[in-house]
Write a protein that binds this ligand. Sequence first.
Ligand code: HPA
Ligand code: ZN
Length: 336
Amino acid sequence: MATDIADYIRRLPKAELHIHIEGSLEPELMFSLAAKHGIKLPYADVEAVRRAYEFHNLQEFLDIYYAGAAVLVERSDFRDLMFAYLKRAHADGVVHSEIFFDPQTHTARGISTGTVIQGLTDGMAEGKRAFGITSELILCFLRHLSEEEAFKTLELAMPYRRLFIGVGLDSSEVGHPPAKFERVFARARELGLRVVAHAGEEGPPAYVTEALDLLKTERIDHGVRSEADPALCKRLAKMQMPLTVCPLSNVKLAVFKKASDHNLKRLMDLGLMVTVNSDDPAYFGGYMQDNFMAMAEGLKLTSAELKTLAANSITASFLPEPAKKQWLARIEGVAA
Ligand code: HPA
Ligand code: ZN
């Protein structure tokens, strides 16, 4: 018997490859942590927070997102944040997640890198125990700050080197091209770290090209604006360079007007290795299931296309090859 599409999506094992842990801070947890630390929020209640989540571009979102992170103070706060995300991701059929965190958002407030990384790691261990979900951390540099500050951030994280697998690049894209971080990414690669970067979310296709050529990234986060450059699309398809696309984020930040305008299917049809992710689910109105559903319905994706997206997420992950093989076989066996 044919099952409904929502159930099919949930049953597909999936990896999430583009999620900012600070962007999974739900208003309820924000309020409870604010009360715990005696922090006064500029909102009357949870509903007022949700009403404030009206964005017209990336910067409007980032201003609110960085302010919200101020309630994260103690190691256990980071643990709680991580555990809540993994629980939610598991409910959507996510079996593995590679999770961004922004140390500079916290060190700027006097919170140590160790508090952040150890707290997140506590939550990941608990998520593994409770739900069997595996996860890794990716340290992101804030691109609106200097490369020198990125170097300092990497150095502060070195005592915890075994607790994160890679580095990424996020925050305000336009005016802060990948070229600005060429040296710190070279250093990260020397240290054996995996490398990814946000590019082509609001920025031009040239930023995607820079991320590939100068940062030597292994995935491009977002990358949807590559479509404007056919030669770049050809190159991305040929390399099978993964794009970690975030549909609801793109709609909320006005990269596309509505889900049915999204270019995810056009990029798939050009042969690109596209994945679906939630970016900042507490702010953009949904976790993995909602992002998949927005594309399944908005772009009328077939069950075969949905299966390809799930398989791409595993292929594009940094899981060891035997684990990839196992999950890919499991995905193959899921009946529509
Ligand atoms: N883009 C850039 N920086 C970010 C994002 C994003 O989508 N989410 C959190 N930080
Ligand atoms: Zn992002």
